[in-house]
Structures are given as C-alpha cells and as structure tokens.
Design a protein around this ligand. Structure first.
Ligand code: SAM
Length: 298
C-alpha cells in the first residue's frame, strides 16, 4: 500500500469516527456576526492554523479548497462568498466528502445566510485538481500538504499555481520542523497522516513554494505547535514542530530576487526552547489522541 493510500484509509476512519483534537490545536472558532459553526463541524477541525483571512475576502472570491475535512473552512469561506459554486471543495476520500456534506446541511439550518449550494463538493485530489487553468482567485489548504513527500508536495504546489488566476493566492497552514525529521519517522505512514512526520524545515518548505513559481510568499503566523519527544519517537533529542501560516502570490518572480518575504513572526520574549519543551510536555499530557500512540515519558 502506498503512503497516499494509507493516508486515504486514515481519513476514512476519522471521517466516520471524528477524532476531536486530531491535530492537537484546540483553537477558538473564528467569530463573525451571524456565523454559527455546528459542534459536529468544529469537532472535525483537523487543521493546524487558519487559511481564512477576512480582510482579504472582499468581492466574493472564487475559492478552491483542497482537503475539505469536516467543512469548517469551506463554510467560513462561503461566509464571504455568498453565491452558488463560490467555494469548490475537493477531497479524494468519499467518507470525508459525505461528512462535510452532512455538516454543511446542519450549518444551513443554523445560518440563515448560508445555502449549501455555495459549496461544491468534488471528488479529486491535490495532484489533479478538477478545475481549469487560471480559473480561481484563491486556493486554500490546511494541514494537508505537509503530509506529502517532497516531490508530491511540489506537484500539489504546481497544481495550485496552475489553477490560480494571475495575481491569485495560495493560502496554507502546515506544520514545519525545526530540524529535518529523521528517516524512520518520515517512513511511518500513520505519523505522516497525523501531520507529525512529513513536515519540512522552514527553508525547505519555502523553497518548494518558490520552486513552484510563486513570486511572493508572506508568512502570516509561525508558532510552536507540537513536540516530538525523544523517548516516544526514538530521537536523540526532542524535536519541535511549528505551525506556519503563509500566503503565496501567483506573481512573476522579481528581477531583484525570487521572492519578497515578509515574516511577521516574533518569538515571545522569555519563551526559550527549554521552556517551550516543558510547556509542550505539560500541554500534550491532555492531548486527546495521545492514547492512540505510546504514553509520553515523565
Ligand atoms: C488533516 S485533514 C485537514 C482537513 C481540513 N483542511 C481541516 O482543516 O479541518 C486532511 C484532509 O485532506 C484530505 N486528503 C487526503 N489526501 C488528499 C489528497 N491527495 N488530495 C486532497 N485531499 C486529500 C483528507 O481526506 C482530509 O479531509
């Protein structure tokens, strides 16, 4: 079985039996006037950051959302683009599309502005997006591309670039690794599906985005995400994952250089790596999917 088949099996499982906190980020849902997120949809928040930046969603853009999950961000995008077919949500996992359709139907009862026709759920995958060249304003994906092996990541980024209109943007949230993830973890398909072992380093991730032809990349958020502790994961030392939110623009690469990068991340004063490690060990003891792996050491 290929790692992509293992990933599809994994997401079939968590579509049928939602796993609260799968990605270990219990964020408060975005609050907008009149937007009600049904609990069933919130429970299936399998993202690791956000791709919905309200200030940039004027003029009802057409959004292609890759890897729909429970439909949370598709609903949030539809809040800004209230017309049939404005959000095209693609997922290769039948059960996941079914779960998203169920959740969107519940959302329609709780939100009088929302019509499920605003979101078109389509079978398809990140490597062959079922839309024409240069046809959408925004491509978004949350916590999916990190799962892909590097060559597949480049393919998925290339597809996103293909379907974007000139000037369009790719909005992503993914884990990155503070140092290269060792081979034995990278080869573990389940950890990869859990968004724990496919992450590239910050530089490696940005290089792939630039390599796909995006002329400008903006880093919107970068924060501590999860700790791979050395005993559980067979490492020499603990390894930090961070969550990175980026927006990449389909614009020509400037003659001065390949990319204009505006990092807005600032380390929190006093949050040193040992303190981050202790904080994460403390937080992860309560992490709901911990029981699916080996217990954390004392
Ligand atoms: C970690 S979940 C993220 C779901 C959603 N973006 C969220 O934030 O809750 C990954 C999603 O990508 C889907 N997926 C898996 N393989 C895919 C592929 N090759 N192309 C597109 N989507 C895929 C899964 O079925 C799942 O819905």
């Amino acid at each position: 079985m290929s790692y992509l088949e293992a990933v599809a099996d994994f997401y079939t499982e968590v579509a049928q039996t939602p796993d609260v906190g799968l990605c270990c980020v219990q964020s408060t849902p975005m609050k907008m006037p009149g937007l009600v997120v049904p609990p069933a949809m919130q429970e299936m928040n399998y993202g690791c950051g956000t791709t919905v930046h309200p200030a940039e969603l004027a003029n009802a853009p057409t959004v292609l959302y890759v890897g729909v999950g429970g439909g949370l961000e598709a609903l949030q995008f539809a809040y800004f683009s209230r017309r049939p077919g404005a959000v095209i949500a693609v997922d290769p996992v039948d059960s996941m599309r079914e779960a998203a359709a169920r959740n969107l139907a519940i959302a329609a009862k709780a939100n009088d502005w929302f019509d499920p026709e605003f979101v078109t759920l389509q079978a398809g995958d990140a490597f062959a997006l079922p839309v024409a060249d240069a046809s959408v304003d925004v491509v978004a994906q949350n916590c999916l591309f990190n799962i892909f092996e590097p060559e597949d990541l480049s393919k998925a980024l290339g597809e996103a670039h293909r379907v974007l209109k000139p000037g369009g943007r790719l909005v992503m949230s993914d884990p990155i690794a503070t140092r290269p993830i060792p081979e034995h973890l990278q080869r573990d398909d389940r950890l990869r599906a859990l968004c724990l072992s496919g992450a590239l380093t910050y530089e490696g991730y940005l290089e792939r985005i630039i390599g796909a032809g995006f002329g400008q990349v903006e880093v919107r958020a970068r924060r501590p995400y999860r700790l791979l502790d050395r005993r559980t994961y067979g490492l020499d030392q603990h390894l930090w994952l961070e969550s990175l939110d980026t927006v990449s623009f389909k614009v020509a690469i400037a003659p001065m250089g390949p990319v204009s990068l505006r990092a807005k991340w600032r380390p929190m004063p006093g949050l040193t790596p040992p303190l981050m490690t202790r904080l994460a060990m403390f937080c992860c003891r309560g992490c709901p999917w911990r029981s699916a792996t080996r217990p954390l050491p004392n």
